[in-house]
Write a protein that binds this ligand. Structure first.
Ligand code: GDP
Length: 407
């Protein structure tokens, strides 16, 4: 009887040992996929929308699924395979995705950036206008201040003429009245009636395509990255196309921007055909039903013919899929009238539908917004006010003038 009890106990101990050896390795495997590495809910695509997140790495192997056979020991015999614990790759944490700032109220938040560099214009104009006698010299000073701020000759003439008439009619003027008068004329010069809608909304499940063009160094890639964030903040899925294949690191730069908000980047070999990258990006965007495809291009202004060939080809291959919804021209505000001359070439080559004016935080020549619109006949839709990821704001004439004139 004692023998039987001993045998039963031995069998039980062996069985328990076997069971433990089977369960423990499985638990260990599941450590590679901690719950807190999952992407935030806000970036999870809805039904019918593809994910723009990077494909899952080894860390996402679910607990009860055997991991794929390791290739580390390919060619070795079974006996060479180290224990499961050693084969498993170290846990890979997915990078935390940024939560971009909402777009509403951005211009208000960035107002200080504008005010810092613009108040010289606003204050200067107001102090001249509030003189007791507005003689010829005073009007010349007003004119000079506007020209120095890159408002441009045509717009400066219009503004000064309107101000002269209205101050005469007004007679004695309070500081508040003068500020209101000047604000009205500046807003009028900014053509508030222009349609500044960004066409980034998909048609059904066909993504909107946005082409970003401009001279190198103006901030194209940065703008693509910032714009991707704006769209993600507004709940959209975005795919980036790195068609600037000429500037070394442009694709890496774009990819880094995208990965911070979960937007995938389609890229080609360095020095490769930009049109082919643009084509692939739009195709992938359509296959994955993302909301918006943003394409960064190279702005090599070698010759107008060369640019025309290059951009023309990019445009043509994209249009094989469907129309381009928005062509944004990126322009560096600090380059003044020179930048405008270059910009004009782009408007002749591409059907530019909106201007992004960058680096407005670094110039006292904010008047360029007025001359850009007048010269190019295209509305400024976005402004860049810094190198930070959320330093891009929709352009609003009233708020802009308000910041320009200070409190
Ligand atoms: P790209 O060659 O046109 O693609 O130009 P990049 O996107 O590489 O930008 C060139 C430089 O301009 C980078 O150092 C950017 O950080 C900087 N930049 C872009 N936009 C702004 C802006 O709005 N303000 C400031 N201060 N710098 C900017």
């Amino acid at each position: 009887m004692l023998e039987v009890i001993v045998i039963v106990l031995v069998v039980l101990v062996v069985a328990a040992g076997l069971a433990a050896s089977l369960v423990i390795p499985r638990r260990r495997r599941s450590l590679g996929a901690p719950r807190d590495t999952a992407p935030p809910e806000s970036t999870t695509p809805g039904p019918g929308r593809s994910t723009t997140l990077a494909p899952p790495g080894p860390a996402t192997v679910p607990p009860d699924v055997e991991p794929p056979p390791s290739t580390a020991g390919a060619g070795s015999t079974d006996t060479d395979v180290p224990p499961a614990d050693e084969v498993l790759p170290p846990p890979v944490r997915r990078p935390e995705l940024d939560v971009p700032e909402p777009t509403a109220g951005r211009m208000q938040r960035l107002r200080a950036r504008l005010a810092r560099s613009q108040t010289s214009l606003g204050r200067g104009l107001l102090s001249v206008l509030s003189r007791d006698a507005l003689d010829e010299d005073a009007w010349e000073e007003v004119e000079e201040a506007l020209l120095l701020a890159d408002v441009g000759v045509g717009a400066t003439n219009d503004i000064v003429t309107a101000l002269r008439t209205r101050t005469q009619v007004l007679g004695t003027r309070s500081q508040g009245e003068l500020r209101a008068l000047l604000a009205e004329e500046l807003v009028r010069a900014l053509q508030p009636e222009l349609d500044r809608t960004l066409h980034t909304v998909p048609t059904g499940d066909v993504p909107a395509v946005v082409l970003v063009v401009g001279v190198n160094g103006t901030g194209k890639t940065t703008t693509c990255g910032k714009l991707a964030r704006v769209l993600v903040a507004d709940g959209r899925t975005v795919l980036l196309g790195a068609a600037d294949t000429f500037r070394a690191a442009a694709a890496d730069q774009l990819q880094t921007w995208g990965s911070r908000v979960g937007a995938e980047t389609v890229r080609g070999p360095e020095g490769g055909d930009p049109a082919s990258v643009a084509f692939d990006a739009v195709k992938q965007g359509r296959d994955q039903h993302v909301d918006t495809v943003l394409i960064d291009t190279a702005g090599r202004l070698h010759t107008k013919v060369g640019l025309m060939d290059e951009l023309g080809k990019v445009k043509r291959v994209i249009e094989k899929h469907g129309p381009i919804d928005e062509t944004l021209l990126v322009l560096d505000a600090t380059t003044g009238q020179n930048g405008l001359i270059q910009a004009r070439v782009f408007t002749e080559v591409a059907d530019v539908t909106g201007v992004v004016l960058t680096k407005l935080d670094g110039t006292a020549k904010g008047g360029i917004v007025i001359s850009v619109q007048r010269e190019l006949g295209v509305p400024v839709k976005l402004i860049g006010l810094g190198e930070g990821p959320d330093d891009l704001a929709p352009f609003d004439p009233e708020q802009f003038v308000d910041a320009l004139l200070g409190d």
